[in-house]
Design a protein around this ligand. Structure first.
Ligand code: ZN
Length: 429
């Protein structure tokens, strides 16, 4: 018993020591009434380099994570600007500890509850597990191939799989590409690509999707950042590039599309765009995949969280020539999710990223359009608000993991079938 207690203490210590970084961080909800206040708030956010989870606009509250030592100044600045606020979470570390313990309990149960050979959908799998899984799939299923696309800054292999009944040789088929975890902390996006793999390889119930379409699935686009978010800093977003000071580049600001026009020049910022477009191996890898399949890529979905949104380009408010069709399919996909979503989560919003979210340059889904992909989207998966209180955000609850995969798959199916029809129409087949 003594030994058991000791082990428990050690586990407890490791689990709860790792979030020291966030001890005292407060999560604020802020309300702006005028555009001028929005600008003032942006100045405050930039000056203190705060982690903005939700950007505030008149009528739409924002959400900002503020380190303990800056709370007082932050509140004073808000008061001076006439911006009202509430402290939603006094100490975010408590929520991180709770997330850990929920996921640990789920992991302990996990292995006993799985009948299919794939990965389970009650835990968030780490890089090594997913990396191994992709290789195993290719070794087990003849229509799956695994590719090493290159290495991350820290040398991790970035693997993707292709799923094709004709080994990508039949050029009359469209290609659909799915990608997750370009942003490290958006853990709930991994189940979405893993679920798609499950439904296309292991538990196939819709044969047309496998027969008529070639698939590319890249589950962990930013492995260094992802691992860092597990081991050291849960809210890490960027890759792990070594800048002169502060680490990391926001990979979704590093693509060569309006690069540097709506992103940060500050290496310490979460939206730092890097030294130049495609300065980072992780974004260059995505570029190379897009280019290699540009003739047949009909649909590209880059999966992020959070906010329940289907977004399309461009990040500078300019619309693509086929914007009506892009919006139409976006709505179809969003409705497919809404039809099966949990009632606690709101309906999806569909629209141009700059109009519904914020201006952003150098994004991967914008870049995909410039390579000729007609239907290119950024998904923002929901933040499920269950027992970790009413806090929206990046935290994951185990009971939502399967649902996140399942409901996103509903949208992917709609998107893929539409893309296939559109591709065939264009090809005159
Ligand atoms: Zn993201």
């Amino acid at each position: 018993m003594k030994q058991f207690s000791l082990i428990l203490c050690v586990v407890f210590h490791f689990a709860f020591a790792k979030h020291e970084l966030y001890d005292g961080h407060g999560l604020y909800q802020v309300n702006v009434e005028f555009v001028e206040q929005t600008q003032l708030l942006e100045e405050i956010q930039t000056r203190y380099n705060l982690d903005v989870w939700v950007y505030a606009y008149p009528g739409k509250p924002g959400q900002i994570l503020v380190p303990g030592h800056l709370k007082e100044q932050f509140q004073e600045e808000l008061a001076a600007a006439g911006i009202t606020y509430s402290l939603e979470v006094e100490n975010i570390k408590e929520k991180l500890d709770l997330e850990d313990s929920l996921l640990e309990v789920a992991a302990a149960r996990s292995n006993r509850s799985r009948s299919l050979p794939g990965l389970s959908f009650d835990v968030i799998h780490r890089y090594a597990v997913v990396d191994r899984y992709l290789v195993d799939l290719a070794n087990t299923y003849p229509n799956v191939r695994v590719f090493s696309a290159g290495r991350s800054v820290e040398g991790r292999d970035i693997k993707y799989i292709t799923i094709s009944t004709t080994n990508f040789q039949d050029t009359r088929k469209p290609v659909v590409m799915l990608q997750s975890l370009l942003h490290a902390r958006e853990w709930v996006t991994l189940p979405a690509t893993l679920y798609a793999i499950e439904k296309l390889v292991i538990d196939v119930t819709e044969r047309d999707l496998v027969n008529d379409i070639d698939w590319i699935i890249l589950p962990i686009a930013n492995p260094d950042g992802y691992e860092h978010s597990h081991t050291s800093a849960r809210f890490w977003r960027k890759n792990r590039a070594r800048n002169s000071f502060c680490m990391g580049v926001d990979l979704n600001r590093n693509f060569d599309i309006f690069w540097g026009t709506a992103s940060s020049t500050n290496p310490c910022s979460d939206t730092f765009h890097g030294r130049r477009a495609f300065s980072e191996p992780e974004s260059a890898i995505v570029r190379d995949i897009l280019h290699a399949h540009r003739n047949r890529l009909e649909l590209y979905i880059d999966i992020h969280s959070f906010g329940s949104m289907v977004l399309y380009g461009y990040g500078n408010r300019q619309l693509p020539p086929n914007a009506l069709a892009v919006n139409y399919l976006g709505v179809q996909m969003a409705q497919a999710i809404d039809a099966v979503k949990w009632p606690q989560n709101r309906n999806y919003i569909v629209g141009n990223v700059a109009m519904v979210l914020y201006m952003a340059s150098g994004g991967s889904s914008d870049y995909a359009m410039t390579t000729g992909v007609p239907f290119s989207y950024t998904f923002e998966l929901p933040s499920y608000r269950g027992i970790t209180s009413t806090v929206q955000g990046f935290l994951v609850e185990p009971d939502f993991i399967l649902q996140a995969g399942f409901e996103t798959w509903e949208a992917i199916k709609v998107g893929a079938r539409f893309a296939a029809r559109n591709f065939n129409r264009r090809a005159g087949q």
